[in-house]
Design a protein around this ligand. Structure first.
Ligand SMILES: [Zn+2]
Length: 163
């Protein structure tokens, strides 16, 4: 038979047993005793606030070392010489060039001697005035350095085969 007894009062359960939770245990009880417990479906074995927050321990993904250099613009190593040569090719004295970019000649001379690096705004004015480029993209430089060159063309292969 399919008879069940109430786990609280021991009475025979007629019809569907009520599943309730009392003190953390799920019990099958009669309708009378169901009021002593909580309905099982509203009970969760571990209170939500006790669930370990595993996501908090997910390690932070570190950026690849190469990403560090992405879009990093660097002043070219010989910026002073480039400025001086560009200025001289335009037939300008340091004073004349300084006046054109509205900076002091003393500052320009120091930059040309590479005693100081130009501030970004000064650098941009120099680049615009002299039509030169004073920065290089580091990641580009590295890619060029590690690249394999232009590679073989079909013509190259043909000439190799002829030999
Ligand atoms: Zn009962």
């Amino acid at each position: 038979m399919n008879e069940k007894q109430c786990e609280i009062c021991g009475a025979e359960i007629v019809g569907a047993a009520q599943r309730v939770v009392i003190d953390g245990s799920a019990l099958e009880v009669c309708r009378n005793c169901a009021r002593f417990g909580k309905p099982e479906d509203k009970w969760s074995p571990v209170p939500k606030k006790m669930v370990p927050v595993e996501r908090a321990f997910t390690p932070v993904r570190r950026p690849k070392p190469r990403d560090h250099f992405k879009d990093l613009m660097e002043l070219i190593p010989d910026f002073g010489r480039r400025i001086r040569e560009a200025r001289e090719s335009l037939g300008l004295t340091p004073e004349e060039l300084a006046a054109r970019i509205k900076e002091k000649a003393a500052l320009l001379k120091k930059i040309e001697r590479e005693e100081i690096s130009p501030e970004d705004d000064v650098r941009k004015k120099l680049e615009r005035e002299l039509k030169i480029k004073l920065t290089d993209q580091v990641s580009d430089e590295r890619m060029r350095a590690s690249g394999t060159g232009k590679g073989l063309t079909l013509g190259d292969i043909a000439s190799i085969r002829r030999k």
